[in-house]
Design a protein around this ligand. Structure first.
Ligand code: SF4
Ligand code: SF4
Length: 302
């Protein structure tokens, strides 16, 4: 089961570099031990699966829509609502709670989570949070990871005798896989965050970011059925892979966004030389035109 506020706590950490009140002020190592078990026998079973603030990562969406046998379009329509994420102001998909049913999660049943093995990252990591020094200390440039427990009073799972180490818990939750899959998306969020809250992406770039990070089928059509490949050079091997592999496509999408929106170099995608030359010429022409206009104005004032 999951816990509300987990995302909020992570967001707080990202926003302020502070650990909030439900986070135990104890730094855990990989071999640190704790007791926890969530199962139908606990008195609070499924109670936390309502009114949660769950931001779906791109990998969450791929796992969930494939688990449910839905296209991304159908999944997003039924289960997600877009929003701009906190200080990053980047568009993300939030899991829609059922307001008309007391705010319950659409996947909760009396027997537990309907999508348990594919549930979103913020549900599956609970109660072990992960932080990194680089996220908290902007200028450190290092990435020392550490863990902490997120404990809410109403959660009876901590009273259970089952003992875990941080490592055994994370292995049980496929945390390493999820960390790996989400890392580059987090990098994009952090990259944007470093520009500051006041630097908004243009609406077109925001729409592109949302499409690439939430909708694999639409992104695939964008690559193979638009003029995308007239603009970018992508290796044949990569193209073959992303044609029917959602995870490979998602990872390609991160590289594309890094390159197209944030101007970073990429080993897997580059703009075609003729397109680049043409764009450079257009920019030079526009600047020259602007310079001449300013000169004319200045002469008129004399
Ligand atoms: S996805 Fe599953 S674990 Fe997460 S809130 Fe919904 S029912 Fe609970
Ligand atoms: S034990 Fe904790 S995580 Fe499980 S249902 Fe109860 S409150 Fe939620």
């Amino acid at each position: 089961m999951a816990l509300k506020h987990v995302e909020k706590q992570v967001d707080k950490i990202l926003k302020k570099g502070e650990l909030a009140e439900v986070v135990e002020p104890v730094r855990l190592e990989r071999d640190s031990r704790f007791h926890f078990r969530c199962h139908p026998g606990v008195s609070c079973f499924t109670r936390c699966c309502r009114n949660m603030n769950i931001i779906l990562t791109p990998y969450d969406i791929v796992r969930l829509k494939n688990r449910l046998g839905l296209t991304s379009d159908a999944f997003l329509k039924l289960y997600a609502q877009p929003e701009l994420l906190g200080i990053t102001r980047l568009p993300v998909a939030r899991l829609k709670m059922r307001a008309e049913e007391g705010g319950r999660c659409p996947f909760v049943t009396e027997n537990g989570c309907l999508v348990y093995t594919d549930r979103p990252v913020c549900c599956r990591y609970y109660p072990v949070g992960l932080a990194s020094l680089r996220q908290q200390e902007r200028h450190a440039g290092e990435e020392e990871e550490f863990f902490f427990l997120i404990k809410e009073d109403h959660c009876k799972g901590f009273e259970e005798p089952t003992e875990w180490t941080v490592d055994s818990w994370r292995a049980d939750q496929e945390s390493d896989l999820y960390d790996r899959m989400n890392r580059e998306w987090m990098e994009l969020l952090l990259r944007k965050r470093s520009f500051g809250e006041e630097t908004e992406l243009p609406p077109k770039a925001r729409r592109l970011f949302y499409m690439v990070t939430t909708n694999t089928e639409q992104f695939r059509r964008f690559i193979f059925e638009s003029r995308f490949l007239d603009t970018y050079v992508v290796k044949e091997k990569t193209l073959k892979k992303i044609l029917d592999d959602d995870v490979a496509l998602m990872q390609f999408g991160f590289e594309y966004l890094k390159h197209a929106i944030f101007g970073a170099d990429s080993d897997v995608i580059e703009i075609r030389k003729d397109v680049l030359d043409k764009t450079v010429k257009q920019i030079v022409k526009r600047r020259e035109k602007r310079r001449r206009k300013l000169q004319k104005l200045a002469r008129g004032r004399k």
